[in-house]
Unconditional design. Structure first.
Lengths: 740, 390
């Protein structure tokens, strides 16, 4: 058993630093070697030979960033601890060569790396049996595609559909708009083929007229209970795809457009019905329509109704305008829009429809609709392209109402939902008085999780996930949202989405069986360990875990569901008793790292610890190094899995050691959050609010501790941020604990 | 339309515009690049952006009342920069044609001349007319002896046909322009347009002679010269014709001109003066014809050069260019054949020449050439309404 420290002298490290001094530090703990080109085959062989002949099992590589050369420095994580010390990007590429401050920095990082490795042990694998079945909720285009993809990959799927037939909204469409060239013809929906394929498959079980009554357990091993026409059925599933789709906004709210008052005002959903009959007729008297007017964004992009754009209605109205034209070559179709949004390849479809002589498009606003004696409609349009108000006669007016996520229970308005979980605020009487509390409403999943029966939403009832980086992930590991339930989209996009979610679900089942984490620490085999004998049942870990890993027993002691865990360490940061740790990541480890560095006992320049997120801030620093940006040399960076793992004890450890200030560099939080663990940087900021107490006890200014939000591409702002914080600390004078 | 008129789609009008050359107009997505690059458009409510949506929506009433389409001199900068290939320049050109047809009097003449499928009908009218006149006056044959055109088609007959036609044209134009003016003179410009008629007209004519607007069109300056040659060629021939009328009816000097006609000698004073007068007249006429001929050749070459990149000439345009070209060819050929004294060819070619001349004069209010009156009117109006940028 031994620690091996390997210092690479390439890429400017050898020329800029006193390698002998570094070697002394490495040598203190055991074996320390240098190599002029460590990531070469010879360099890696040097490490391998030490592993084989010297019994080295903890490898400290003092060279480049942990984000590069991972394929070269790839040692079995179940047998060896590999620790990277970034002397290149974070030291020699940022600092002047052969400078005492540069050297001090390198030595501190090496010391910390050695401590980190010493305090780490390879994880004990926690493999498990899993059920290789994917539960697909929803039998529309998304659900059917997901089930078929799951089957194609060699797994089994169970489709639960609440209605009596498969096909969903796609089945109710007369035709669909084209997604490939030529874009000028409408095409028949392809949903029937999918319905047949699913119905005929041995590997896909379909439950019609069914609803989920309970989902219990964790990835790889969910217990699912459904209500099938009043009868209970249970089965096991390894992962869940939420593909419950969308529902139309209730047009009865759109009184300004005469819906419900005038017979010939219909919604775009009703228009599909009408068109299915082959010709477009007036609902009032069945006469052929000569003129049909489409009102785009009817109630959409409107804070009072649907605040967002459903992104598909422009294409749908263009398609339905074509229905009008195909049914009657002398009929006119008007589309009054706020903005025509035919995204991506659909620009071609828009162009083709625009070219139709009977389709009249204009940016404008519908000011009002009047009904004439014969039930014809006069639509008053402020035509902004023609710069005038027009009165357009229409036989039928079609409202492009938007898409609402099916996550919304009946009676809930999309613009006035409770935060995080959809529910009702109820007043509860407790011994401390009346408390207003959120009662989440069970609706689709009926999860038996402490955190609530459904998955959290970010806004407007769409499941919380990162729309760019990891769209299918929800905040419940193993449950993947796809299709219009998570974002308005059309059937083509939903199919693509379904494939992605199906692969994610399979990946989750397989990683779970190997005891590995899913995104974003995919493959991580460490698990949080709880010393429950010291637990005080404060419930902070159960509340702060962004993924609902922890339930509680009656006393409030956390009950773990390890396979729901994504290894961010937020629980570890939350725990005031410090009972939570990983084999290779712990509160004590960072405390010891802080102790290992040399805090200058005097000098004018404040000495600062920066706790940085490994997902955004760390690569941002790498970028700064790559661009040879000079940063203040009095900072020491400690990378964390997520700022959510920040334990306040580290701050008091640092300050009592004479460090002048602590800065947390994490991802953006709030509505446009960039945190890979959704809430990590936000809970860190909430925790910092409580640091006041600690600082007060130490008689220090609260501004000595701060948090900034840094995106990966904002590396160029680092010099300014760091300089400003340093200047502010100068104003407070040196930390009085210096030298103690 | 803001006045409470109810709008119903006029798909027929949209279709007719598309069929007569504005087939690209529906591709416009209103970015207004065209209005931005145009040198001639006013900054307030500029064209051709708004004309494009008016055309897409088939707003016929607004379009025929729009002076702006005539401020355009078809340089096609807009078409060149259009990101959608909607060719606003061509669309305006088709709209101008639609306005000519809309204001035509009598209406059916507009249809006959405007519809390219009826080209033969339009050409057969003078053919039949001339044949009837020749037949009735006993001239439907090739005269013997030296080629003298009046032996075949007596000058008095020619004059009576053409002078009365010309007078009819003036009358028709008066009616059409009256209609046109009434359509133009509505709000929003009505309030702005008051008096200033004469100064505006003088300014307009000056601009036309100097080709000021044309020169602002950067994209195809070549066309400035083409237009100059065609315009001045026509003006030269117009003067020549009147000069001939003057010779015949005032000086009583019959063609073919006898240089020692005592009557003329007496009026002009000396033999040298007669020769000088004769030479001046002949040179002026022939130079005018040559100028028009070169201009008409350039009309073709310009259209060929473009190859439809910026602009696709409509058949309406092509017919006009061809007729101008044929008038020149047949006129010059008649003259050559007369000198060569080839009667069998000279008289038929002269006949064809007269047919084309008739086409140009009689159909002036309905053909592409009508723009000289409509455009002048619209520019005068635009100046009065402070809408012209110059």
């Amino acid at each position: 058993m031994g620690l091996g420290v390997y210092i690479c002298t390439d890429c400017g490290i050898g020329e800029s630093l006193n390698i002998e001094a570094l070697q002394k530090i490495g040598g203190k703990m055991g074996n320390c070697k240098t190599h002029p080109f460590l990531c070469s085959k010879e360099g890696v062989d040097l490490i391998k030979s030490d592993i084989n002949s010297e019994g080295v099992n903890k490898i400290v590589i003092a060279a480049c960033s942990q984000r590069v050369n991972t394929d070269n420095f790839d040692f079995d994580p179940l047998l060896y601890v590999t620790e990277r010390v970034n002397l290149r990007e974070h030291v020699v590429w940022m600092q002047p060569p052969n400078d005492p401050k540069t050297q001090a920095m390198a030595e501190d990082y090496l010391n910390m790396g050695v401590v980190r490795a010493s305090k780490s042990e390879p994880p004990v694998p926690k493999t498990t049996d899993v059920t290789r079945v994917v539960l697909v909720i929803g039998g529309g285009v998304t659900g059917l595609t997901a089930a078929l993809e799951v089957e194609k990959a060699g797994y089994k799927a169970v489709v639960v559909e609440k209605s009596a037939a498969l096909g969903g909204w796609a089945k109710k469409s007369y035709k669909t708009y084209p997604s490939r060239a030529p874009y000028d013809k409408l095409v028949a929906p392809s949903i029937d083929a999918k319905v047949q394929a699913v119905s005929g498959s041995k590997n896909i079980t379909v439950h019609l007229d069914s609803a989920i009554t309970s989902v219990e357990g964790e990835p790889g091993m969910y217990d699912v209970e459904i209500d099938k026409k009043g009868a209970k059925e249970t089965f096991k599933a390894g992962a869940v795809i939420l593909a419950t789709g969308w529902k139309p906004y209730d047009a009865n709210n759109l009184v300004q457009y005469g819906y419900g008052r005038f017979k010939n005002v219909i919604t775009n959903v009703q228009m599909e019905d009408l068109a299915s009959k082959g010709k477009i007729t007036r609902p009032s008297d069945g006469k052929t329509a000569q003129s049909v007017l489409f009102v785009q964004c009817a109630g959409q992009r409107d804070e009072n109704h649907v605040p967002y754009c459903s992104s598909v209605c422009c294409n749908v109205s263009l398609k339905q305008a074509k229905y009008v034209r195909e049914a009657n070559p002398d009929a006119g179709a008007f589309i009054i829009y706020k903005d025509m949004r035919a995204t991506g390849v659909y620009e071609n479809f828009y162009k083709a429809m625009q070219n139709d002589e009977g389709i009249f498009l204009a940016k404008g606003e519908v000011k009002g609709i009047e009904e004439e004696a014969d039930a014809s409609l006069i639509v008053i349009v402020d035509n902004q392209l023609l710069g005038k108000e027009m009165r357009i006669r229409a036989d039928v007016v079609v409202l492009a109402t938007g898409m609402i996520s099916s996550m919304l229970p009946e009676g809930k308005a999309v613009n006035s939902l409770t935060k995080e979980y959809i529910g009702d605020m109820v007043v509860k009487k407790t011994q401390d008085g009346e408390i207003e509390e959120l009662m989440p409403i069970p609706h689709i999943l009926n999860l038996k999780y402490r955190q609530g029966p459904e998955i959290p939403h970010l806004k407007y009832g769409f499941p919380d996930s990162h729309f760019v980086c990891f769209p299918y992930e929800t905040r419940r590991t193993g449950i993947y949202a796809a299709g219009a339930v998570r974002q308005p989209m059309d059937s083509y996009q939903s199919s693509v989405d379904a494939s992605g979610a199906a692969l994610k679900a399979i990946q989750c089942i397989e990683l779970t069986s190997q005891g590995k984490a899913v995104h974003p620490r995919a493959g991580d085999m460490s698990f949080p360990e709880f010393r429950l004998e010291s637990c005080t049942q404060c419930r902070r870990c159960t509340v702060e875990c962004p993924f609902g890993v922890l339930d509680e027993d009656e006393k409030g002691t956390p009950r773990e569901h390890p396979y729901r865990c994504r290894r961010c360490g937020t629980c570890m940061g939350a725990c005031p008793q410090r009972i939570i740790s990983f084999s290779n990541y712990s509160v004590d480890m960072v405390s010891q790292m802080l102790k290992s560095m040399e805090v200058p006992s005097e000098g004018d320049e404040p000495f600062i610890i920066a706790l940085i997120c490994e997902n955004d801030a760390y690569p941002a620093l790498d970028m700064a190094g790559l661009n040879r940006v000079h940063l203040n040399p009095n900072y020491r960076f400690i990378s964390l899995r997520c700022l959510g793992g920040t334990n306040l004890v580290w701050i008091s450890d640092a300050l009592s050691k004479g460090v002048d200030g602590v800065i947390l560099m994490g991802c953006k939080y709030g509505d446009d959050y960039q945190c890979h663990f959704v809430k990590g940087s936000q809970v860190a900021s909430e925790r910092l609010g409580k640091v006041q107490e600690t600082l007060g006890r130490l008689m220090l200014e609260s501004e000595r501790v701060t948090q900034i939000q840094l995106a990966i591409n904002e590396w160029d702002t680092l010099p300014k941020i760091m300089e400003e914080f340093s200047e502010k600390l100068k104003g407070f004078g040196p930390n009085p604990y210096k030298g103690f | 339309m803001g006045d409470g008129t109810v709008f119903t789609p006029d798909i027929g009008f949209v279709r007719s515009l598309k069929n007569s050359g504005a087939d690209t107009m529906k591709q416009c997505y209103q970015c207004a690049t065209c209005s931005t690059v145009c040198e001639l458009t006013p900054s307030d409510n500029p064209f051709p952006r708004k004309e494009m949506i008016m055309a897409q929506w088939g707003l016929k009433d607004e379009l025929v009342a729009d002076p702006d389409i005539w401020l355009c001199h078809n340089c096609n900068d807009c078409s060149k920069y259009c990101p959608r290939g909607a060719r606003p320049g061509d669309v305006l050109s088709v709209l101008r044609k639609a306005v000519i047809a809309e204001n035509a009097f009598p209406r059916f003449m507009g249809t006959i001349v405007g519809n390219t499928k009826l080209l033969l009908v339009a050409l057969m009218i003078p053919v039949v007319l001339f044949l009837c006149v020749l037949n009735a006056s006993g001239h439907l044959n090739i005269p013997d002896g030296e080629v003298v055109f009046r032996k075949f088609f007596p000058i008095q007959l020619v004059d009576s046909i053409f002078v009365s036609t010309a007078m009819a044209v003036v009358f028709v134009f008066a009616i059409s322009v009256g209609k046109f003016w009434r359509k133009l003179n509505v709000n929003p410009y009505k309030l702005m347009a008051h008096s200033m008629l004469l100064p505006s007209l003088l300014e307009t004519l000056k601009e036309i002679v100097l080709h000021k607007k044309f020169q602002k069109c950067g994209a195809n300056l070549d066309r400035t010269w083409t237009h100059r040659l065609v315009l001045f060629g026509f003006i030269g021939l117009f003067i020549t014709t009147n000069w001939a009328v003057f010779n015949l009816y005032v000086l009583k000097w019959d063609s073919p001109y006898v240089k020692d006609d005592p009557n003329i000698l007496m009026i002009l004073g000396s033999q040298a003066a007669v020769m000088l007068y004769y030479a001046a007249f002949k040179i002026f006429g022939n130079v005018s014809a040559l100028v028009l001929f070169i201009g008409s050749l350039m009309l073709f070459s310009n259209r060929m050069k473009d190859k439809g990149v910026n602009s696709v000439s409509s058949s309406f345009d092509w017919i006009f260019a061809t007729i101008v070209f044929l008038v020149c060819i047949t006129g010059l050929a008649s003259e050559m054949l007369r000198f060569a004294n080839i009667a069998q060819l000279a008289y038929p070619v002269y006949f064809v020449h007269l047919v084309f001349v008739f086409y140009i004069i009689a159909y002036l209010p309905y053909s592409k050439l009508a723009h000289m009156v409509y455009r002048t009117t619209a520019i005068v109006y635009a100046k009065m309404a402070n809408r012209d940028v110059m």
